[in-house]
Design a binder for this molecule. Structure first.
Ligand code: IDC
Length: 518
């Protein structure tokens, strides 16, 4: 007791500022296992505009604090993360009791031992019930070490631990965790992206496939951008309308030719967007299987091409709020893709789905000005779609300072009709009036979480604008996840040939919308 008091005094004197700690809120992974959950996934910064946007989690109990920056010097491909979940609090007499769940994931290719987790933000806390770890609070820090049975975390494995902490008053300090391995602060080692040689590129180049006759591609050929419009090979206004996949890593089964054919023939879709998440678990720059993901993109492009449909290769950034975070990987990826599809007339490149957090338009522009020339070196005129700040809502900012010296650039607006209304439409109007080609590469008619109620009236307002401005669009998302935006009913396991009864309400609406738009 005495000892704790003196520690507190020392801490008081030190007055260590623990504010200004950036936390990353990483949500439950959007895989089939969480199909029933209502996880909303986004990233924000505690000290800046946290919780200012509608996209912020409705259920934000699952806070994840990750710390990873510089690299280890050895060649091990370590990739571990530690998450702290605030599992609720209650009062017990005159004490405030908080429960935390802590999880370490060993996503690396080797076992990890001699681990330790230090989490700041526990000043004045007294440890109560706890499990699966050895806990000590000293000053502001909670230190967790292994118990006899979990000193080694096998590769691909994880440890789930937890504890209750009692305080004299409420404690809402941010919990910032650091993982140590072998006494060293753990830092994630990123694999250097490897570039393809000219020979490899030439080898992987796909021969142009002739589309089936009478298909959108046969009729309209290579698209380009003329002012605010997407136009076809004859320079006539053209509108892409179709569907986005969900994350390719999570719902790969919808990448099949019959599915795309159903969308083309029964819905009237002419475009498929292939969404490849970059930072989420299973994501391309996280722990995803790169060759499998590229294989899915490749399959998707082939099926769309054979069917004479257009196809968007989407670098689906989300939790990696700033596209510059994974710019090196993006450069390598788009170099490879654009070399492969240099002769294709139907491939569009979407280079950053939704920048967010503190990412500015000038960050995005710098990124775009790096990635676009890489694509152009292989494919001089494909349409390139560029994301905009605030989850691709601030197309007005891009209009104030557009990318120059490049043709065939479109800028993204994403909307979720129950959340985004006139405020975002007015940005589209501003950008359109300034001559920008706005592209709605993702939208749904529910709220920004991808779930919640459908707002048909707002959807109608959006489509009035889409029709008036001839905007191209792709609806989120082709899967049967139990969330409103999923286009297939969650009880339907068919991966193509859906009847109307197999569709969700959003699916029925989108099918009707696409098939009645001309
Ligand atoms: C959501 C999915 C959800 C998944 C989550 C992963 O609907 O199943 O668990 O991503 O983070 C976006 C993003 C898009 C989101 C979607 C709905 O581009 O990836 O998908 N959304 O939240 N921007 C606004 C909404």
């Amino acid at each position: 007791m005495k000892e704790r008091k003196s520690l507190l005094i020392i801490i008081g004197v030190m007055a260590v500022p623990i504010v200004a700690m950036a936390i990353f809120i990483v949500y439950t992974l959007g895989n089939k296992d969480d199909a029933g959950s209502k996880a909303v996934e986004t990233t924000t910064q505690a000290t800046t505009e946290a919780a200012t946007e509608e996209e912020v989690a409705e259920d934000d109990t699952e806070e994840t604090t990750e710390k990873a920056s510089s690299t280890n010097s050895d060649e091990k491909k370590l990739a571990c993360s530690v998450k702290v979940e605030d599992a609720g609090n209650w009062q017990d007499g005159d004490k405030y009791v908080y429960q935390y769940n802590i999880r370490i994931d060993n996503k690396s290719k080797e076992d990890v031992s001699d681990w330790k987790v230090v989490i700041a933000g526990f000043k004045g806390g007294e440890i109560g019930d706890n499990w699966n770890g050895d806990y000590k609070i000293s000053g502001d820090n909670l230190t967790i070490t292994a118990v006899d049975y979990n000193g080694t975390i096998p590769k691909g494995g994880n440890i789930e631990m937890g504890l209750q902490v009692k305080y004299k008053s409420s404690n809402d300090a941010e919990k910032a965790a650091t993982l140590y391995v072998g006494g060293e602060e753990y830092t994630e080692l990123k694999e250097e992206p490897t570039t393809q040689s000219a020979e490899e590129k030439a080898e992987s180049k796909k021969e142009k496939i002739e589309p089936e006759s009478g298909t959108p591609l046969e009729n309209h050929g290579k698209l380009s951008i003329d002012g605010t419009d997407v136009v076809d090979k004859d320079g006539k206004q053209y509108q892409l309308k179709g569907v986005s996949t969900h994350g390719l890593a999570w719902f790969p089964e919808y990448v099949n030719k019959e599915a795309f054919q159903t969308l083309r023939d029964e819905w009237g879709a002419n475009v498929i967007r292939l969404a490849m998440y970059t930072s989420e678990s299973g994501g391309y720059c996280q722990d995803g299987d790169k060759s499998k993901l590229k294989g899915l993109v490749e399959d998707g492009v082939e099926y769309a091409t054979e069917l004479g449909m257009y196809v968007i290769i989407d670098w689906h950034i989300l939790h990696d709020t700033n596209p510059k975070d994974n710019q090196d990987e993006a450069v390598v990826f788009f170099d490879e893709m654009s070399a492969k599809y240099a002769d294709y007339d139907n491939v569009l490149y979407e280079i950053c789905n939704e920048p967010n957090g503190s990412t500015t338009w000038s960050d995005i522009k710098e990124y775009a000005e790096t990635v676009i020339p890489v694509i152009r070196a292989n494919d001089k005129d494909a349409i390139i779609i560029v994301g905009t700040p605030t989850w691709s809502q601030d197309v007005d900012q891009a209009a104030d300072d557009p990318i120059t010296g490049q043709d065939n650039i479109a800028y993204t607006t994403h909307f979720y009709a129950a959340t985004h209304k006139d405020n975002i439409r007015s940005k589209v109007k501003t950008a359109h009036d300034k001559g920008l080609c706005v592209f709605i590469s993702e939208f749904s008619i529910c709220d920004a979480s991808g779930n919640g109620a459908i707002d048909y009236d707002s959807a109608e307002d959006w489509f009035d604008m889409i029709d008036e401005y001839n905007l191209s669009y792709a609806g989120w998302s082709l899967c049967n996840k139990n969330e409103t935006s999923a286009l297939i009913d969650s009880g339907c396991s068919k991966t193509s040939g859906w009847s109307d009864d197999d569709l969700s309400d959003a699916g029925k609406w989108l099918k009707n919308q696409i098939s009645t738009d001309d």
